[in-house]
Design a protein around this ligand. Sequence first.
Ligand SMILES: Nc1ncnc2c1ncn2[C@@H]1O[C@H](COP(=O)(O)OP(=O)(O)OP(=O)(O)O)[C@@H](O)[C@H]1O
Ligand SMILES: [Mg+2]
Length: 319
Amino acid sequence: MLPLTTLGDLIADLCLDVESFPILPPGHQTLSGLALGPGGAGNALVAAARLGLPAVALGCVGDDWIGARVLTHLNAEGVEAGRVMRQTGADTRTAVRLRAGTGEQVFMGRPGGLGPATLPETWAHAIADSGVLLVDGWSFFHSNPALVLQGVEAASQASVPLLFDPGPRVGAIDPEWLRTVTRAATVILATEPEHQALTRQLDLRDLRALKSLRALILKLGPGGCVISTAVERIVCPGYPVEARDATAAGDCFAAGVAWGLLTGQPWAVIGAIANAVGAAKALKVGTALAAPTRAEIGDVLRAHSPELARLFEWASPTS
Ligand SMILES: Nc1ncnc2c1ncn2[C@@H]1O[C@H](COP(=O)(O)OP(=O)(O)OP(=O)(O)O)[C@@H](O)[C@H]1O
Ligand SMILES: [Mg+2]
């Protein structure tokens, strides 16, 4: 099977589970959890690898110990990270998350290196050899924007489907960059506010103007998702789970969409399986290191849709 490849936005997540907010000096709290691992594109990569997909990381980390740790985790998960660049003298971009048991959370970002200015030839080859390329809007801020456009172009040239998730900062992305990536996208994944911001940014009244687009997938949190194609609108209800932490559910959902595309599923099945991947993530606290396993996704499906659970087992690449 051809791999899911991600381009850019390879960051680290440091997740600290605190007792309560506010956190004010002087004070002392006991952490109930501390995890340092991949974040950003790493969330989708780990979720994809756990789904049994070949997953390839194209991006950059610093040559610090945090970057080494991100790579160790990606390798341990079976993600192909051999082409990830280690930028000399650069820090690895890190998102620090403080989260209390109430679900309240605070994010703090430590900037890092943007990586190469132009697309290395080995990355262009890796993209051309992919089954799906996943790009998110964070890559505009966390990587070199021109390099990402070159990667998108390499995918178009090789007819590799492009999944684009504009992300929550879509309103701050340069409209020209956004237009180029959106025009090349095969599937757009967005929450409702992100979709609204995207169409506003591009002054786009009708997504049918996007010639490469095969589906717009609106992510609705516990509500699941709605998939619009040229001919149909498919409502895929969410699964009623006892969600603990939906952070990174969207990235894991994207891996579920890639799984569906790479195993040749119809859109209704893609939406239903991706919902299960997102729901299974929401049951766990954390980001990439808490991406759901295939067994956990199977549990969600068995509880709510036994028929899909059988299809999932049967179609899983490593079963
Ligand atoms: N509380 C929940 N219960 C069930 N399923 C959920 C829940 N939250 C998220 N999901 C599943 O995960 C998918 C993606 O979640 P969400 O809509 O929060 O995307 P997102 O905001 O892009 O996530 P993030 O950016 O934090 O990764 C949803 O469409 C749904 O399938
Ligand atoms: Mg999102």
